[in-house]
Design a protein around this ligand. Structure first.
Ligand code: NAD
Length: 250
Protein backbone atom coordinates (compact mmCIF):
# COMPACT_ATOMS: atom_id res chain seq x y z
CA UNK A 1 0.00 0.00 0.00
CA UNK A 2 1.43 3.31 -1.11
CA UNK A 3 0.20 5.52 1.74
CA UNK A 4 0.52 3.16 4.71
CA UNK A 5 1.05 5.18 7.90
CA UNK A 6 0.34 8.57 6.29
CA UNK A 7 -2.30 11.05 7.49
CA UNK A 8 -4.05 13.17 4.84
CA UNK A 9 -6.47 16.09 5.00
CA UNK A 10 -8.59 16.40 1.84
CA UNK A 11 -10.79 19.49 1.50
CA UNK A 12 -13.89 19.26 -0.66
CA UNK A 13 -14.03 15.49 -0.23
CA UNK A 14 -17.76 15.26 0.48
CA UNK A 15 -18.29 14.72 -3.27
CA UNK A 16 -16.73 14.95 -6.73
CA UNK A 17 -12.97 14.75 -7.26
CA UNK A 18 -12.19 15.06 -3.53
CA UNK A 19 -14.38 12.06 -2.66
CA UNK A 20 -12.48 9.87 -5.14
CA UNK A 21 -9.14 11.12 -3.76
CA UNK A 22 -10.24 10.25 -0.20
CA UNK A 23 -11.41 6.80 -1.37
CA UNK A 24 -8.12 5.97 -3.10
CA UNK A 25 -6.07 7.27 -0.16
CA UNK A 26 -8.05 5.04 2.22
CA UNK A 27 -7.60 2.04 -0.09
CA UNK A 28 -3.85 2.72 -0.07
CA UNK A 29 -3.63 2.68 3.72
CA UNK A 30 -3.83 6.38 4.65
CA UNK A 31 -5.83 7.85 7.50
CA UNK A 32 -8.04 10.51 5.95
CA UNK A 33 -9.76 13.64 7.20
CA UNK A 34 -12.81 14.07 4.96
CA UNK A 35 -13.82 17.76 4.82
CA UNK A 36 -17.13 19.10 3.53
CA UNK A 37 -18.80 22.47 3.80
CA UNK A 38 -20.81 21.13 6.80
CA UNK A 39 -20.56 18.32 9.34
CA UNK A 40 -23.64 16.75 7.75
CA UNK A 41 -22.19 16.48 4.22
CA UNK A 42 -18.85 15.28 5.59
CA UNK A 43 -20.52 12.58 7.71
CA UNK A 44 -22.62 11.44 4.77
CA UNK A 45 -19.43 11.01 2.73
CA UNK A 46 -17.80 9.09 5.60
CA UNK A 47 -20.77 6.71 5.75
CA UNK A 48 -20.63 6.16 1.98
CA UNK A 49 -16.87 5.56 2.05
CA UNK A 50 -17.23 3.06 4.88
CA UNK A 51 -19.91 1.20 2.91
CA UNK A 52 -17.97 1.27 -0.37
CA UNK A 53 -14.70 0.14 1.17
CA UNK A 54 -16.17 -2.06 3.88
CA UNK A 55 -14.11 -0.39 6.61
CA UNK A 56 -14.88 0.89 10.12
CA UNK A 57 -14.29 4.47 11.26
CA UNK A 58 -10.75 4.01 12.60
CA UNK A 59 -9.10 5.47 9.52
CA UNK A 60 -11.60 8.26 8.76
CA UNK A 61 -12.54 11.52 10.41
CA UNK A 62 -15.36 13.55 8.86
CA UNK A 63 -15.67 17.25 9.56
CA UNK A 64 -17.27 20.42 8.27
CA UNK A 65 -14.88 23.29 7.53
CA UNK A 66 -15.52 26.96 6.86
CA UNK A 67 -12.70 27.78 4.50
CA UNK A 68 -13.20 31.52 4.96
CA UNK A 69 -12.62 31.29 8.69
CA UNK A 70 -9.18 30.84 10.26
CA UNK A 71 -10.73 29.60 13.52
CA UNK A 72 -12.61 26.82 11.71
CA UNK A 73 -9.46 25.82 9.83
CA UNK A 74 -7.44 25.74 13.07
CA UNK A 75 -10.17 23.57 14.63
CA UNK A 76 -9.84 20.99 11.83
CA UNK A 77 -6.06 20.91 12.31
CA UNK A 78 -6.53 20.42 16.07
CA UNK A 79 -9.07 17.60 15.51
CA UNK A 80 -6.67 15.91 13.07
CA UNK A 81 -3.76 16.02 15.52
CA UNK A 82 -5.93 14.85 18.42
CA UNK A 83 -7.19 11.91 16.39
CA UNK A 84 -4.22 10.90 14.23
CA UNK A 85 -1.18 12.67 15.80
CA UNK A 86 0.38 14.13 12.64
CA UNK A 87 -0.23 15.50 9.13
CA UNK A 88 1.70 14.16 6.14
CA UNK A 89 -0.49 15.21 3.22
CA UNK A 90 -2.72 18.23 2.59
CA UNK A 91 -4.97 18.25 -0.48
CA UNK A 92 -6.43 21.71 -1.10
CA UNK A 93 -9.21 20.57 -3.39
CA UNK A 94 -12.40 22.46 -2.40
CA UNK A 95 -13.42 25.03 -4.95
CA UNK A 96 -16.23 26.93 -6.59
CA UNK A 97 -16.73 28.32 -10.07
CA UNK A 98 -18.88 30.94 -11.76
CA UNK A 99 -19.42 32.48 -15.16
CA UNK A 100 -19.84 36.20 -15.59
CA UNK A 101 -18.55 38.94 -17.84
CA UNK A 102 -15.73 41.00 -16.34
CA UNK A 103 -18.01 43.98 -16.96
CA UNK A 104 -20.74 42.51 -14.76
CA UNK A 105 -18.37 41.25 -12.08
CA UNK A 106 -18.11 42.95 -8.70
CA UNK A 107 -15.42 43.22 -6.07
CA UNK A 108 -17.57 40.89 -3.98
CA UNK A 109 -17.81 38.20 -6.68
CA UNK A 110 -14.02 38.24 -7.11
CA UNK A 111 -13.45 38.29 -3.34
CA UNK A 112 -15.76 35.32 -2.78
CA UNK A 113 -14.00 33.31 -5.50
CA UNK A 114 -10.55 34.10 -4.12
CA UNK A 115 -11.64 33.37 -0.53
CA UNK A 116 -12.62 29.79 -1.41
CA UNK A 117 -10.25 28.92 -4.26
CA UNK A 118 -7.10 30.74 -3.16
CA UNK A 119 -7.05 32.06 0.42
CA UNK A 120 -8.28 28.75 1.82
CA UNK A 121 -5.13 27.16 0.37
CA UNK A 122 -2.95 29.87 1.92
CA UNK A 123 -4.63 29.44 5.32
CA UNK A 124 -4.36 25.65 5.34
CA UNK A 125 -0.76 25.65 4.09
CA UNK A 126 0.23 28.00 6.94
CA UNK A 127 -1.39 25.72 9.50
CA UNK A 128 0.15 22.44 8.33
CA UNK A 129 3.74 23.70 7.93
CA UNK A 130 4.67 23.34 11.65
CA UNK A 131 3.58 19.67 11.58
CA UNK A 132 5.15 18.88 8.20
CA UNK A 133 8.45 20.51 9.16
CA UNK A 134 9.01 17.60 11.58
CA UNK A 135 9.31 14.90 8.94
CA UNK A 136 8.44 16.38 5.56
CA UNK A 137 5.12 16.35 3.74
CA UNK A 138 3.21 16.75 0.52
CA UNK A 139 0.85 19.61 -0.28
CA UNK A 140 -1.32 19.22 -3.38
CA UNK A 141 -3.42 22.10 -4.66
CA UNK A 142 -6.20 21.68 -7.19
CA UNK A 143 -5.75 24.14 -10.02
CA UNK A 144 -7.53 23.92 -13.39
CA UNK A 145 -6.84 23.97 -17.11
CA UNK A 146 -8.22 27.53 -17.04
CA UNK A 147 -5.38 28.37 -14.64
CA UNK A 148 -3.11 27.68 -17.62
CA UNK A 149 -4.87 29.11 -20.66
CA UNK A 150 -7.70 31.17 -19.06
CA UNK A 151 -11.32 31.22 -20.08
CA UNK A 152 -13.59 34.04 -21.24
CA UNK A 153 -16.45 34.95 -18.88
CA UNK A 154 -14.52 33.26 -16.09
CA UNK A 155 -12.06 35.98 -15.09
CA UNK A 156 -12.53 35.42 -11.36
CA UNK A 157 -12.26 31.61 -11.58
CA UNK A 158 -9.34 31.68 -14.03
CA UNK A 159 -7.37 34.23 -12.05
CA UNK A 160 -7.98 32.38 -8.77
CA UNK A 161 -6.45 29.26 -10.36
CA UNK A 162 -3.51 31.23 -11.86
CA UNK A 163 -2.95 32.45 -8.29
CA UNK A 164 -3.04 28.85 -7.00
CA UNK A 165 -0.29 27.98 -9.50
CA UNK A 166 1.84 30.91 -8.31
CA UNK A 167 1.29 29.95 -4.68
CA UNK A 168 2.26 26.36 -5.50
CA UNK A 169 5.57 27.36 -7.07
CA UNK A 170 6.50 29.98 -4.45
CA UNK A 171 5.74 27.58 -1.59
CA UNK A 172 7.65 24.77 -3.34
CA UNK A 173 10.72 27.03 -3.47
CA UNK A 174 10.38 28.13 0.14
CA UNK A 175 9.44 24.81 1.75
CA UNK A 176 11.72 22.41 -0.15
CA UNK A 177 14.39 22.89 2.52
CA UNK A 178 12.08 21.07 4.97
CA UNK A 179 11.30 18.26 2.50
CA UNK A 180 7.79 19.67 2.11
CA UNK A 181 6.81 19.21 -1.53
CA UNK A 182 4.15 21.45 -3.08
CA UNK A 183 2.50 20.56 -6.38
CA UNK A 184 -0.75 21.27 -8.20
CA UNK A 185 -3.07 19.25 -10.41
CA UNK A 186 -4.81 21.02 -13.30
CA UNK A 187 -7.87 18.99 -14.36
CA UNK A 188 -9.66 19.44 -17.67
CA UNK A 189 -13.41 18.84 -17.78
CA UNK A 190 -14.56 16.45 -15.06
CA UNK A 191 -18.11 15.13 -14.74
CA UNK A 192 -18.95 16.47 -11.26
CA UNK A 193 -21.65 18.77 -9.84
CA UNK A 194 -19.41 21.71 -10.74
CA UNK A 195 -19.76 20.91 -14.44
CA UNK A 196 -23.33 19.57 -14.51
CA UNK A 197 -24.59 22.73 -12.75
CA UNK A 198 -22.49 25.32 -14.60
CA UNK A 199 -21.73 24.12 -18.14
CA UNK A 200 -24.31 23.91 -20.94
CA UNK A 201 -24.71 20.71 -22.96
CA UNK A 202 -23.49 22.59 -26.04
CA UNK A 203 -20.32 23.75 -24.29
CA UNK A 204 -19.70 20.27 -22.86
CA UNK A 205 -19.91 18.79 -26.37
CA UNK A 206 -17.54 21.45 -27.71
CA UNK A 207 -15.02 20.66 -24.96
CA UNK A 208 -15.33 16.90 -25.51
CA UNK A 209 -14.79 17.36 -29.26
CA UNK A 210 -11.63 19.42 -28.54
CA UNK A 211 -10.26 16.77 -26.17
CA UNK A 212 -7.97 14.22 -27.87
CA UNK A 213 -9.35 11.45 -25.63
CA UNK A 214 -12.89 12.50 -26.75
CA UNK A 215 -14.59 12.41 -23.36
CA UNK A 216 -14.91 14.23 -20.05
CA UNK A 217 -12.95 12.79 -17.13
CA UNK A 218 -14.66 10.82 -14.39
CA UNK A 219 -13.61 12.00 -10.91
CA UNK A 220 -11.80 8.65 -10.50
CA UNK A 221 -9.59 9.51 -13.53
CA UNK A 222 -8.07 12.25 -11.39
CA UNK A 223 -7.41 10.33 -8.19
CA UNK A 224 -4.30 8.47 -9.41
CA UNK A 225 -2.23 11.61 -9.86
CA UNK A 226 -3.13 12.73 -6.33
CA UNK A 227 -1.98 9.32 -5.08
CA UNK A 228 1.33 9.69 -6.90
CA UNK A 229 1.89 13.18 -5.50
CA UNK A 230 1.04 12.10 -1.94
CA UNK A 231 3.23 8.99 -2.05
CA UNK A 232 6.99 8.59 -1.78
CA UNK A 233 7.03 7.69 -5.49
CA UNK A 234 7.02 11.45 -6.19
CA UNK A 235 9.82 12.17 -3.68
CA UNK A 236 11.72 14.45 -6.11
CA UNK A 237 8.69 16.22 -7.63
CA UNK A 238 7.91 19.71 -6.38
CA UNK A 239 6.61 22.93 -7.91
CA UNK A 240 4.93 21.01 -10.72
CA UNK A 241 1.55 21.92 -12.20
CA UNK A 242 0.40 18.60 -13.63
CA UNK A 243 -2.29 18.66 -16.30
CA UNK A 244 -4.82 15.83 -16.28
CA UNK A 245 -7.08 16.96 -19.09
CA UNK A 246 -7.20 14.25 -21.75
CA UNK A 247 -4.84 16.37 -23.86
CA UNK A 248 -7.20 19.38 -24.06
CA UNK A 249 -4.51 21.96 -23.32
CA UNK A 250 -1.26 21.55 -25.24
P1 NAD B 1 -17.76 19.74 -6.70
O1 NAD B 1 -18.62 20.93 -6.79
O2 NAD B 1 -18.30 18.41 -7.02
O3 NAD B 1 -17.08 19.64 -5.26
C1 NAD B 1 -16.57 20.78 -4.62
C2 NAD B 1 -16.20 20.44 -3.21
O4 NAD B 1 -15.73 21.66 -2.57
C3 NAD B 1 -17.37 19.94 -2.39
O5 NAD B 1 -16.95 18.89 -1.52
C4 NAD B 1 -17.78 21.16 -1.55
O6 NAD B 1 -18.33 20.81 -0.29
C5 NAD B 1 -16.44 21.85 -1.36
N1 NAD B 1 -16.63 23.27 -1.09
C6 NAD B 1 -17.08 24.23 -1.96
N2 NAD B 1 -17.22 25.39 -1.30
C7 NAD B 1 -16.84 25.17 -0.02
C8 NAD B 1 -16.76 25.99 1.13
N3 NAD B 1 -17.13 27.28 1.12
N4 NAD B 1 -16.34 25.44 2.29
C9 NAD B 1 -15.98 24.13 2.34
N5 NAD B 1 -16.04 23.31 1.29
C10 NAD B 1 -16.46 23.82 0.11
O7 NAD B 1 -16.51 20.10 -7.65
P2 NAD B 1 -15.28 19.26 -8.22
O8 NAD B 1 -15.42 19.25 -9.69
O9 NAD B 1 -15.08 18.00 -7.48
O10 NAD B 1 -14.12 20.30 -7.87
C11 NAD B 1 -13.00 20.01 -7.05
C12 NAD B 1 -11.87 20.92 -7.45
O11 NAD B 1 -11.50 20.65 -8.81
C13 NAD B 1 -12.20 22.42 -7.41
O12 NAD B 1 -11.09 23.12 -6.87
C14 NAD B 1 -12.39 22.79 -8.87
O13 NAD B 1 -12.12 24.15 -9.12
C15 NAD B 1 -11.40 21.87 -9.53
N6 NAD B 1 -11.66 21.62 -10.95
C16 NAD B 1 -12.80 20.99 -11.36
C17 NAD B 1 -13.01 20.79 -12.72
C18 NAD B 1 -14.23 20.11 -13.25
O14 NAD B 1 -14.39 20.05 -14.48
N7 NAD B 1 -15.10 19.57 -12.41
C19 NAD B 1 -12.05 21.23 -13.65
C20 NAD B 1 -10.92 21.85 -13.19
C21 NAD B 1 -10.72 22.05 -11.84
Amino acid sequence: MKLEGKVAIVTGSSRGIGYEIAKLYLKEGAKVVVCGSSDVTAQKAVTNLQKELNINDEAILGTGIDLKDNASIKMVITKTIERFGKIDVLVNNAGITSSESILESTDESFQNMFEINFFSCVRLIREVIPYMKKSGGSIINTSSMVGIYASPYQAAYSSSKFAVNGLTKACAKELGQYNIRVNAVAPGVVGTDMVTKNVTEEMKQLLVNSTPLRRMANPSDLAGIYLYLASDESSFTTGAIIQVDGGLVM
